[in-house]
Design a protein around this ligand. Structure first.
Ligand code: ME8
Length: 658
């Protein structure tokens, strides 16, 4: 059986790990564990991406030198993973000397083959993406990722002849339908290739502009472009193309990434590998975004969820299960504590946990917690075994193909059928009738089935699965991996030894209380205040002035709004909307924000440059007539007259208003 090698993206160290990073890494961990259960040799790689402008700026902000800064943040990622049950075999850092050496050898190889050339170039540079965009790739003149206006930079640089390999890549993707999956991302990649927007790739940055990178082996005045450097981590962690691990693991590699980095993985990376004469990865597995408050979870929007806090609150296994089950791999999903509570209570506490504890309790009551023997065969037992075998077959097939949510759902068909089996067989009635033989068969069937379920869920919920197996009186090897491969489990029944001593009860997945509902502030529509106040007074509200009661918000609601001081760097009319001004505002961040405001009738743009204003910084971005707005400038309104809210004395940009 071929070894299985799974990778996550290497995460930027300009921000601390959040739920999005945890999701990809938990997927990779569960997938690795699943392949261990199939009996395969596995390797699981993650790491951190530590070069480039963004990192230098983040370090400067903290007054640290880049190396000290990257050491600290990389350690945060590395230290978090074991707390989330993540058992990566390797952790690669792009500042590792071994990684640098492999990147330089790769560059030299492609350079010697004639696929890197030196040329003058002018392009639209997005500092957020740290890359050049061609005119065609921009959307309304903006970077499609950050919705900001890139800067036009013209300089001499090195280029990778990517365009030479694009026709070959298109053919390869057409000939290998699941190379990029799910399908929608394959289609998106083909559309990119057909659009004609892709050109050669600029792979250097002059040291006059950036020194924090890997020096080009053929020109000491340049460093390597971060993406060219970062993608090579997947082979530098194997010791490079000449390493023994490369021979062993590379052909079976599965990359897991989110859709934000589709292009580098679906276009840059395969063409780079091909140009270096190396075989491609096996699959690119692309998932969607976790959304919070309807926007992609990201540090700049201030809507990130702390994975450690969630796993401590809900329980690690339940948290991992929720992530894999709730998001259909490939689509976006919303993260709320309500949905997590509902899912955990329904699937884990009710369907699985309650079933398991009932079966153990009945075995305790009727057989002193000793596994009973199964007597004569009954059609209902044969039927439940059929359902079980079918569910396991589907589970294995779907999990193997990165359809994690569907796989768990397929397994839960069996769990739900077992619950029905308890109800229809009614062991309590068999006990009353004194039918001990049939009672033993029913409980044996249930216990043996739950053993199967426990084995299947081990990749996702290793601690709970081990707990279940131990409560079933089975000894679990230290690494949790049983000797027979999971496929053999499909049609293998009657494995649980008769006479084993079982636990008398179990509470693996305690029920969760619904969190207090997130209250959305009720903003009364203009003209409605009086009516609602009147309603409140009719009801005889006991607390003070009814008008005040209606307008009260919780302190948390107030602090959820992130208002900051910023300086207007430029202001101009929106080209397609008379009432709107387009500002570039410095909020003390890495780059200025573009914010639109409907005050063109009240101010002339030229009088606003340099003014300090108050900005709601964590509002989800909106596109107004083709231009994006990343926040809202506060204004005061009286009788239709708008006045910008400003500060009484100069304050540092980014100061929080509270
Ligand atoms: O892009 N939902 O690093 P990065 C789901 N260094 N997944 C999310 C997410 C969200 N809201 N936010 C982040 C980089 N992720 C490069 C990668 S690889 C050679 C270089 C996850 O720190 C998801 O896996 O921005 C996404 O692709 C990755 O974090 C981006 O991490």
């Amino acid at each position: 059986m071929k070894p299985f090698f799974v990778t996550t993206p290497i995460y930027y160290v300009n921000a601390s790990p959040h739920l999005g990073h945890a999701y990809t890494t938990i997927i990779a961990d569960s997938w690795m564990r699943f392949h261990k259960l199939l009996g395969r040799d596995t390797l699981f790689l993650t790491g951190t991406d530590e070069h480039g402008d963004k990192i230098v700026q983040a370090a400067e902000k903290q007054g640290k030198d880049p190396q000290a800064f990257v050491d600290a943040v990389s350690a945060q990622f590395r230290q978090l993973w074991p707390h989330l049950g993540i058992a990566n075999d390797r952790f690669v850092r792009t500042t590792d000397p071994e990684h640098k050496a492999v990147v330089q050898a790769f560059l030299q190889r492609v350079y010697d083959a004639g696929d890197i050339y030196f040329g003058e170039f002018g392009g639209h540079y997005c500092y957020g993406c740290e890359r050049f965009y061609t005119e065609k790739e921009l959307e309304n003149g903006l970077c499609p990722q950050h919705l900001t206006k890139p800067e036009f930079i013209s300089e001499k640089n090195y280029f990778f002849r990517m365009s030479k390999y694009l026709p070959w890549l298109k053919e390869y993707i057409q000939a290998n339908p699941d190379f990029i999956r799910p399908e929608r991302y394959r289609t998106e990649t083909l559309a990119m290739l057909e659009s004609g927007a892709l050109e050669d790739l600029c792979i250097s940055r002059p040291k006059s502009r950036l020194t924090w990178g890997i020096e080009l082996p053929f020109d000491k005045d340049y460093v390597c472009y971060v993406w060219f450097d970062a993608l090579i981590n997947y082979i530098s962690a194997l010791g490079g193309p000449e390493g023994a691990d490369f021979q062993r693991f590379w052909p079976g590699v599965e990359h897991v990434v989110a859709k934000d980095i589709l292009k580098p993985h679906a276009v840059f990376w395969p063409t780079m590998l091909h140009a270096a004469g190396l075989p491609l990865y096996r699959h690119l597995n692309v998932h969607g975004y976790w959304l919070a408050r309807d926007a992609k979870m990201s540090k700049s929007l201030g809507n990130v969820v702390d994975p450690l806090a969630m796993s401590e609150h809900f329980g690690l296994d339940a948290f991992r299960y929720f992530l894999l089950r709730e998001m259909a791999f490939g689509s976006d999903a919303s993260f709320t504590q309500e949905s997590m509570t509902l899912r955990i209570n329904a699937d884990l506490s009710n369907d699985l946990g309650n079933l398991f504890s009932r079966v153990l309790a009945m075995t305790a009551k009727y057989f002193d917690s000793v596994t009973p023997a199964s007597a004569a065969e009954h059609d209902d037992d044969a039927r439940i075994r059929e359902i079980g075998s079918e569910a396991l077959r589907n589970y294995i097939q779907l999990f193997e193909n990165a359809r994690f949510s569907h796989a768990l759902d397929a397994l839960w068909e069996f769990v739900r059928a077992l619950n029905k089996y308890v109800d229809t067989q009614a062991p309590w009635a068999l006990f009353k009738q004194g039918d001990t033989a049939r009672l033993g068969s029913v409980l044996y069937t249930l216990l043996d089935s739950l053993r199967k379920v426990a084995r299947c869920v081990w990749p996702v919920m290793p601690t709970a699965a081990t707990g279940m197996l131990e409560q079933l009186g089975l000894s679990v090897p230290e690494d949790g991996i049983p000797t027979q491969a999971l496929e053999q489990e499909i049609d293998m029944w009657g494995v649980l030894p008769v006479g084993g001593q079982l636990a008398a009860s179990s509470n693996l997945f305690p029920r969760r209380e619904m969190p207090e509902k997130e209250v959305t502030p009720k903003v009364p529509a203009v003209g409605k205040e009086k009516k609602s106040a009147a309603k409140a007074s009719q009801k005889g509200s006991a607390v003070g002035n009814p008008e005040e009661v209606e307008s009260v918000i919780a302190f948390d609601q107030f602090t959820a709004v992130d208002i900051r001081v910023g300086t207007i760097l430029s202001a101009e009319k929106h080209p397609d909307a008379d009432r709107i001004l387009k500002f570039m505002i410095d909020l003390g961040e890495e780059e200025p924000r573009q914010i639109l405001s409907g005050i063109a009738a009240h101010y002339r743009p030229e009088e606003l440059t340099g003014l300090q204003v108050c900005v709601v910084a964590n509002l989800a971005p909106r596109v107004i007539r083709g231009l994006a707005s990343h926040g809202m400038v506060l204004t005061a309104e009286k009788d239709g007259q708008l006045t910008l809210v400003t500060v009484a004395a100069a304050a540092p940009n980014g100061s929080r208003i509270a």
